[in-house]
Design a protein around this ligand. Structure first.
Ligand code: NDP
Ligand code: 2IT
Length: 448
């Protein structure tokens, strides 16, 4: 027994030594491996096959120069990344993030999470992630286009519809995917499904835009059902005001909830009468401006500088949907004190480990990102299926499949949490359920 427990510790030690300075990657690995301890007790064959040592090491990491010219003719250079983490279940699949904070450790944490998330969807997708330290804020459309073209000029060597299929993440939405797809087509002459989140006119799937936010709310709805309640009449706080946050708002509102606060990296808006989604969409999707503009159109709302303050707003349900480590222990304690009963992560790893502990110890239903936000990549998988078939399914058809997948993920995570002795702990449940399928596939495929 002691030796088997030591297996996780040894793997963690290797990860820390081999990947110095990559704090977010260490954090993501630690969380998953801690959950897996009971699995290695039950399945010593995984240790014999070196599953852990292999699963924490990306199959391939690509880092490249991205030179581009700004509108004044100045030469700029960014760094591009694609980490192809694990292909046991299918082609590498995962988004691209464009944000100044991006470095290898962020891409690896996201790529590692993606392995288990994609496994949970039940679709054939391996795990990968990419991006750049490029900051789209304040750049003209032409600058964004030239950057995306340069980024794809290198990335095209490494991706393909049956090998690696990127998509969006922070700072990468329909506009960027369109520019990258155009450059792919020009360079390769191929019109195929090498990116998901494409425009509806050229192979994109209905519901992909809404999928992560809708999926997160569908997942949370299942957690609420377990507590014999629903979204109806609940007040909800959603951090962020990007793709995930906007469509989480839309679905929660459709289910009868009232969203009382949203944020961006500058601050948050609060209105007890509810945040108007049309105004948010106009400011964020159309004008690409700051959320503080919101109070100009809605006098009953207040704007507060600093995004972390959003967790002081009283709510029944919190959906952190901006970025990693945005909700810490103090914020979690405040949410508990204010009567919050459910938290589902729309973002990747938005809650710190200390915050998660507070939720689990205080009977707050907690949906970890790799389960709760899997609707985005699941619908990307559905986009890939439509592209392969040269068909486009209706909104209702895709939405129904997404809903089914989210209910199934909740069911698998809950069942695994029970089977491995921590009933209701969906962190353990999602990590174990996601891991088991990948581990079995790796066992069957030999030491590769
Ligand atoms: P967007 O770029 O559309 O929006 C990001 C939002 O988060 C913006 O409101 C942004 O504010 C805020 N934000 C970003 N970085 C920070 C930061 N460092 N501090 C505070 N706020 C920040 O991205 P998405 O909505 O697509 O992604 C949000 C989260 O959801 C990410 O964690 C992403 O990995 C995750 N996710 C996304 C999926 C997708 O399909 N898009 C799928 C699954 C997970 P500002 O504009 O001021 O920067
Ligand atoms: O974190 C994620 O799951 C995403 N950004 C979506 C990935 C995808 O391939 O759709």
């Amino acid at each position: 027994m002691a030796m088997q427990a030591g297996y996780v510790e040894r793997a963690l030690e290797t990860v820390r030594k081999r990947n110095p300075g990559e704090a977010e990657f260490h954090q993501a690995v630690l969380e998953v491996l801690e959950s897996l301890k009971p699995v290695f007790k039950k399945h010593p064959e995984f240790e014999e096959a070196g599953i852990l040592e292999r699963i924490v090491e990306p199959e391939r990491q690509i880092i490249f120069r991205v030179p581009w010219q700004d509108d004044k003719g100045g030469v700029r250079v960014n760094r591009g990344f694609r980490v192809q983490f694990n292909s046991a279940l299918g082609p590498y699949k995962g988004g691209l993030r464009f944000h100044p904070s991006v470095y290898l450790g962020i891409i690896k944490f996201l790529g590692f999470e993606q392995i288990f998330k994609n496994s949970l969807t039940g679709l054939m997708m391996g795990g990968g992630k990419g991006g750049s330290d490029f900051d789209p804020k304040g750049k003209s459309d032409s600058e964004v286009m030239r950057f995306c073209q340069s980024f794809m000029t290198e990335l095209q060597r490494h991706i393909g519809a049956d090998t690696d299929v990127p998509a969006g993440d922070i700072g990468v939405g329909g506009r960027e995917v369109g520019y990258m797809f155009g450059q792919w087509k020009k360079l390769t002459g191929l019109f195929n499904g090498i990116l998901t989140g494409k425009g509806l006119d050229f192979g994109g799937s209905l519901v992909r835009t809404e999928a992560t936010g809708y999926g997160c709310v569908y997942f949370c709805e299942e957690m609420l059902k377990d507590r014999k309640t629903s979204f109806a009449g609940k007040s909800v706080v959603i951090s962020g005001s990007g793709n995930v946050a906007i469509y989480a708002h839309q679905k929660a509102t459709q289910l009868g909830a009232k969203v009382v606060a949203m944020s961006d990296s500058g601050g948050f808006v609060h209105d007890v009468h509810g945040i108007n989604l049309d105004t948010i969409k106009q400011i964020k999707e159309v004008e690409r401006k700051r959320i503080k503009e919101y109070v100009k159109a809605h006098k009953s709302a207040q704007y507060t500088e600093g995004c972390a303050g959003i967790w002081n707003v009283e709510c029944d349900v919190a959906l952190p949907s901006a970025t990693q480590n945005e909700l810490d222990e103090d914020a979690a304690k405040t949410l508990v004190k204010n009567g919050c009963i459910a938290v589902a992560e729309g973002a990747n790893m938005p809650c710190t480990p200390e915050a998660v502990k507070v939720f689990l110890e205080n009977n707050v239903s907690f949906g970890p990102g790799k389960a709760a936000n899997a609707g985005g990549v699941a619908t990307s998988g559905l986009e890939m299926a439509q592209n392969s078939q040269r068909l486009a399914w209706s909104f209702e058809e895709v939405d129904e499949k997404l809903h089914r997948i989210m209910v199934d993920i909740h069911h698998s995570a809950k069942a695994a949490s029970e089977e491995y002795g921590t009933p209701g702990n969906l962190v353990n449940g999602a990590n174990i359920a996601g891991f088991m399928k990948v581990a079995r596939a790796m066992m069957a495929q030999g030491i590769v």
